[in-house]
Design a binder for this molecule. Sequence first.
Ligand code: G3H
Ligand code: ZN
Length: 280
Amino acid sequence: TLTPTRAILTDAVVAGRAVGAFNVLHLETAEALVRAAESTGLPVILQISENAIRYHGGFEPIARATLAVAEASSAAVAVHLDHAEDAELALLAIDYGFGSVMYDGAKLDFADNVETTRRVVAHAATTGVLVEAELGEIGGKDGAHAPGVRTDPAEAAQFVAETGVDALAVAVGSSHAMTERVAALDLELIARLRSAVPVPLVLHGSSGVPDETIVAGIRAGLVKINVSTHLNAQFTGAIRRFLDEHPTVVDSRKYLAAGRDAIEAEAARLLRLFAGKDPN
Ligand code: G3H
Ligand code: ZN
């Protein structure tokens, strides 16, 4: 069932758990992720990035396919626009039936980020669509998730108050696209941000963070856990193994299914871990 992101995150906050937000690169990912939600009985957030839209040559085909997969599922599934640096794209997704959008103005200076984020929040205001934003280092060109960058709690509180955003991506030690799970999180900073900011905190670049560290981060206050690279690695690894074992295969569904099964299994494990359950 297509479910509002707001409802999923509110329930998670009340229950003291976190929710997996996983990137949809193509149809097989969306299918694997809803199967994981169905088998675990847990909600999931499917997110489509501006990069994925570029890959598919436009917004509508991948957006419609992902919404259709969510609607057809028996699990609670939200559809989210991830890392839109183009505010117009965020407005389009709000009007299109997404449950949430992330406007990413982290590369802008504070005042410009506030101004553009406010525009997106104003557009979402009457719809119930949740808006996530990101607060970067002032003037920093690599955004808030470059290694070493940290979100300042006082600045985060000011940003949330001035923009009215519903969720905030924070820089607390992770960085995007890590292929090894070796990142440390600043748990004390997460706890301070949770006290300073009245909205759910989002961890980006979670692929590089080990299981136990993510669990500690959730205890400290993280609510939405974004994972992409790690699941992509599971997909590609399974396909590589399948093709090695079946060198004469030509039907692409055979190896794509192997990749899809691998994402399903690992996404189910992560959903349980983030929900505070035994992952295995
Ligand atoms: O917005 C998407 C996430 O932050 C994914 O990051 O690919 O490093 O897991 P990741
Ligand atoms: Zn991200």
